[in-house]
Design a protein around this ligand. Sequence first.
Ligand code: GRF
Length: 203
Amino acid sequence: MIRIAILASGSGSNAEKIAEYFQNHKKIRVAAIVTNNPNAGVIDRAKRLEIPTKIIPNKDWTHPERVLDFFQNSKIDLIVLAGFLRLIPGFLVEAYPRHIVNIHPALLPAYGGKGMYGMNVHRAVCDNKETESGITIHLVNEEYDRGEILFQARCPVDQGDHPEEVQRKVQVLEHRYYPMVVEYLAGGTERLPHPEYEKDPLS
Ligand code: GRF
């Protein structure tokens, strides 16, 4: 079994989709959900899904023994970030080369970097009158949103779309593709999914 840990700081809708996708998988299991936020919505979702949760508080992320030991003792093979709002420490990147993946709610390299998360991203996309947005799934290194890009999918931003509408369109893509890209990275399938252009993701 390939064992995945999902790291999330917020609501955890992507974490839930990924966990559901692998519920009866022959080779891959979501073994833990890890959060830095004791109030994160993802904790309730993990309970419902019966997946063990580990809270590693912010003050502990600079201590290799409080972070690495957990992942290694839990025999984690792959780390999946799903709305995890901390920079991944170098010692973890080094321990998991090409085995930490993140999803970003825009078409990197545009709209990435520090401070570009959540609604900030979608507001910036609307302010700049972009005509499309989408998702980027990339490997994680020690800089925000700068690791190798594995997969992108696009959707239109229509004139007059509010940031909330863009967020909803992007979320459709996130939920559809992130589990499949994780499956590819975990060796459960040989091919990355082929992104369809979503003319109307909300329909
Ligand atoms: C998603 O938009 C993801 O792209 C970003 O953080 C958000 C997490 O949303 N990295 P959720 O907590 O999975 O609903």
